[in-house]
Design a protein around this ligand. Structure first.
Ligand SMILES: *[C@@H]1O[C@H](CO)[C@@H](O)[C@H](O)[C@H]1NC(C)=O
Ligand SMILES: *[C@@H]1O[C@H](CO)[C@@H](O)[C@H](O)[C@H]1NC(C)=O
Ligand SMILES: *[C@@H]1O[C@H](CO)[C@@H](O)[C@H](O)[C@H]1NC(C)=O
Ligand SMILES: *[C@@H]1O[C@H](CO)[C@@H](O)[C@H](O)[C@H]1NC(C)=O
Ligand SMILES: *[C@@H]1O[C@H](CO)[C@@H](O)[C@H](O)[C@H]1NC(C)=O
Ligand SMILES: *[C@@H]1O[C@H](CO)[C@@H](O)[C@H](O)[C@H]1NC(C)=O
Ligand SMILES: *[C@@H]1O[C@H](CO)[C@@H](O)[C@H](O)[C@H]1NC(C)=O
Ligand SMILES: *[C@@H]1O[C@H](CO)[C@@H](O)[C@H](O)[C@H]1NC(C)=O
Ligand SMILES: *[C@@H]1O[C@H](CO)[C@@H](O)[C@H](O)[C@H]1NC(C)=O
Ligand SMILES: *[C@@H]1O[C@H](CO)[C@@H](O)[C@H](O)[C@H]1NC(C)=O
Length: 573
């Protein structure tokens, strides 16, 4: 393994090239910018759906080393309604990140995004809550403003500052309520959220769900670049006009970017954004899925969800941009390595090694599902230093109906960012009443997760003392048939149980445990199928949970020695 890692490091150093995906794991719908005012730094935002904190912001100075600097949605008060975003792929969709300098020379970062409700007793037109976040310094703690809400019947809203001072916003008009989905435009006041009536500007080229529009002005043309064909037919198409309001004429050779109808390992490429580096080179980012064309087949290999990839772009004068096809290798100009960059969060593929020391807080890359109950998480409580105390939620990870969880769920995790990895925690936990459970989970959504938990299965004739077991339980709508639970008797012992999840290939998760203090003598408890957590628009989160499985529960679980380590990134079949 060491040799392999050395070889990999060597390859990167020799080639000096970034490799795809640049933001592996649950980082879809990227929007990236280059900001010379901020020390020649690239900033990227990605979709977070129901995860909280949401809208992670990653930076780089060389397009190779990417670091989390914060989350635009970091305070529950910014968006209490995230809790109401019922539906597993609802929540925050497709932030558009932009930097704008006002006439007085003040630079400011803006994010336009949409809070999407899937199932609510509300009308179709209020399904989309469009938002403006802004900050003058994305590195400060809780940097981003409360959002200004604006009316747009649709999603994927993206701003463009016209020379005349007007802000035009392009967005996707919903495909499911009208038969003619298209890209709409409004004029928007970013301070007040006052918006004009939506005007259709382009229908796209006929692909499913024209969306993710961005406008770039170059050589006297307004280029409108959008995504279409979401899923295996995903692609990026373009049109241009001499006027911001159109009419827009399609590129002569659409799509501009796609891996559809190829055997590439990187599929579903689309939802792109474009930016230039300090030398004027153009780059594109897009989302992609490392699945191969068997994406929809069993075994599904959409293991980590939709990720951010980078590609180099040639944009000749007066022409449409030409994108390099997406693969694991990124061609293009090489930027000097700058691995020492500013920020409080971890580099994207860095290992975790956390002891929850007194006075520390949860790392920036940890995420909950919707807005957490702060009382459920205590770092280093008195007498239990160097642990994370979890208080159980009534609801488990499946929640009420596989969709909602109005009382919240005790869960915190980190994204799976490697094809193969080892994730483990030590957990001190002795359930005291029937149904109480705590453990580790491979969590995609409330209706797709695999849990390895310590649970009390006591009934009228038994007690927790003789009915506490280890259980692997799969919740999945994609499984061909329901999988039976795996139950392993677990003698109650003092001290912590080590719980581990690893993946050694693209098809299976391996769940292991050890009841020894140091995790020696790990034993395999069972397997989970990656197909069971491959669905929808989000990506896998590995984490810990505690619940009463529908009953009020109070027994705390104490988590320590939280470790995650990447083993291998698979980039071709
Ligand atoms: C939350 O959503 C409800 C229902 O759509 C709405 O009435 C309310 O104004 C929203 N609250 C905020 C703070 O946006
Ligand atoms: C888009 O499609 C609609 C409905 O088919 C049509 O009425 C409209 O003219 C089209 N718009 C453009 C700009 O082509
Ligand atoms: C892929 O091929 C199918 C069938 O020929 C075609 O309908 C579709 O438009 C193609 N997709 C792209 C993005 O070229
Ligand atoms: C990308 O791949 C397509 C299909 O394989 C091919 O037709 C096209 O020429 C490639 N484009 C570039 C820029 O390599
Ligand atoms: C990508 O980068 C290389 C090297 O800088 C360049 O020759 C090529 O034309 C670029 N564009 C595309 C679309 O591949
Ligand atoms: C700017 O970036 C360089 C290279 O990464 C770094 O050495 C320097 O400390 C940075 N300066 C600031 C003010 O962040
Ligand atoms: C109660 O639990 C015990 C121990 O787990 C088990 O053997 C027994 O079958 C259970 N009884 C009922 C009625 O479920
Ligand atoms: C993946 O690993 C699992 C568990 O070790 C094993 O059962 C399975 O056969 C492996 N699959 C492939 C395709 O190698
Ligand atoms: C979650 O809790 C409910 C009761 O609220 C229960 O019916 C269900 O079996 C539990 N699901 C899992 C995966 O444990
Ligand atoms: C849990 O306890 C609260 C407060 O005592 C009570 O309101 C609620 O009904 C209980 N829930 C369940 C599922 O027992």
């Amino acid at each position: 393994m060491l040799l392999f890692i050395l070889l990999l490091v060597g390859l990167v150093a020799i080639a000096g090239r970034p490799q795809n995906p640049i933001l592996p794991g649950f980082h879809p719908d990227p929007s990236c910018i280059f900001v010379s005012d901020w020390n020649d730094t690239f900033f990227c935002a990605s979709s977070s759906f129901n995860a909280f904190p949401g809208i992670p912001i990653h930076t780089s100075q060389d397009l190779q080393n990417w670091r989390l600097i914060g989350n635009a949605l970091s305070r529950p008060e910014q968006l209490p309604n995230l809790t109401n975003a019922v539906g597993q792929t609802s929540g925050i969709w497709a932030p558009s990140l932009r930097y704008h300098e006002s006439e007085s020379g003040d630079g400011e970062f803006f994010i336009l995004t949409t809070l999407v409700y899937d199932k609510m007793p509300i009308t179709d037109t209020s399904r989309w809550d469009n938002l403006i976040f802004r900050t003058k310094n994305p590195y400060t703690h809780d940097a981003w403003s409360d959002p200004v809400h604006f009316i747009f019947d649709g999603y994927d809203t993206s701003p463009f500052w016209h020379q005349d001072g007007t802000v035009y916003v392009q967005g996707a008009h919903p495909w499911e309520v009208r038969e003619d989905p298209h890209i709409d435009q409004i004029k928007l006041n970013l301070d007040t959220g006052a918006a004009t009536v939506q005007v259709p500007i382009w229908n796209g080229t006929g692909g499913l769900a024209p969306e993710g529009p961005h406008i770039h002005f170059k050589d006297g043309w307004f280029y409108l670049i959008i995504a279409e064909g979401t899923g295996l037919n995903h692609m990026e198409t373009g049109a241009r006009s001499k006027s911001i309001t159109g009419p827009f004429t399609p590129a002569p050779h659409n799509p501009l970017l796609t891996n559809a109808n190829t055997t590439a390992f990187f599929q579903t490429v689309g939802h792109a954004d474009l930016f230039q580096d300090k030398h004027g080179n153009w780059w594109g980012v897009a989302l992609s899925t490392r699945s191969g064309p068997d994406y929809m087949a069993i075994p599904l290999m959409k293991l980590q969800g939709r990720e951010t990839v980078l590609t180099n772009v040639t944009w000749a004068e007066g022409q449409f941009p030409e994108f390099q096809n997406v693969s694991g290798v990124i061609d293009g100009p090489i930027l000097p390595l700058r691995p020492q960059i500013r920020g409080d969060g971890p580099f994207i593929t860095a290992p975790d090694n956390f002891d929850f020391a007194p006075g520390s807080s949860l790392p920036l890359h940890f995420a909950h599902w919707r807005i957490p109950d702060p009382a459920a998480y205590t770092i280093s409580p008195l007498g239990r230093e160097n642990t994370l105390q979890l208080l159980p939620s009534v609801l488990n990870l499946t929640g009420l109906d596989e969709n909602s969880a109005p009382t919240g769920q005790t869960f915190v995790g980190r994204r799976q960012v490697h094809s193969e990895f080892v994730f483990g925690v030590s957990m001190e936990y002795t359930p005291r009443q029937p149904g109480e459970e705590a453990g580790v989970s491979v969590f995609l959504t409330q209706n797709h997760h695999i849990d390895l938990g310590i649970v009390c299965l006591a009934n009228e004739t038994s007690s927790c003392a003789d009915s506490t077991v280890l259980r692997i339980r799969t919740t999945s709508s994609t499984a061909a048939s329901a999988r039976p639970d795996t139950i392993i008797p677990l003698p109650i012992q003092p001290g912590a149980t080590r719980l581990q999840i690893r993946a050694d290939n693209l098809t299976h998760y391996v769940f292991s445990y050890s009841q020894t203090e140091d995790g020696e003598g790990m034993r395999v408890a069972g397997y989970g199928l990656s197909a069971d957590v491959s669905w929808g628009f989000t990506g896998t989160i590995l984490g810990v949970y505690a619940t009463g499985n529908g009953l009020n529960a109070s027994t705390p679980a104490y988590i320590s020695r939280w470790e995650y380590e990447g083993v291998r990134q698979i980039t071709s079949e």
